[in-house]
Design a protein around this ligand. Sequence first.
Ligand code: FES
Length: 212
Amino acid sequence: MADPAVQSRGITRREFLNYVWGASMALFMAELGGAIYAFSLPRFKEGEFGGKKTIGSLSDKLPAADKPPVAYPDVKVWLANIGPEAAAKGGGKPGLVALYKVCVHLGCLYAWVDSTNRFECPCHGSKYQLDGTYIEGPAPRDLDRFVVKLVDDKGNVVQDAQGQLLQTVSDKSSPDYGAPIPLPANASNLTIVVETGEKLELGKRHFYKGGA
Ligand code: FES
């Protein structure tokens, strides 16, 4: 039997419950839509750690080959240009590399030391060479790297003359996983971009040849 109080306002109990159910469903769908939209947005803004960092033009921002790296503390990055000397010491390839500024032992911030020409961690003494190769200390592996890329004025990753993308290889099965990206001649109009959400762990290579 219909509730007299509800009937007196001109609707039955069934109609009233239908309205309540409909309003609840509409609210649920609105919340679900909002959650899906929020999930689809990038989690990190451009320029902050975890997102994309545009460093600047290659002609302005490229560190000199085999010279001290340049720090970008806001995104926890060291940018280094691995020349023939550092590549020979580390047993890797020359090119541009972006290193994660956090020590792979217990997470301290290591620093570049000019007098020894290497990275040194103040906490427990781990040492790494310019390309992040492990030298000594308790660190379990080489320094982690981020994906770095060279893009054109439209933001597209460019290719070298052999058709190779100028972007750090993030496929673990590739022999070039995490390797420095080659620096083509006459490419000063390109822009350096680091993806700080794409961290690569290289393991411990033991290729370091020693010497300052
Ligand atoms: S945190 Fe760097 S050596 Fe321990």
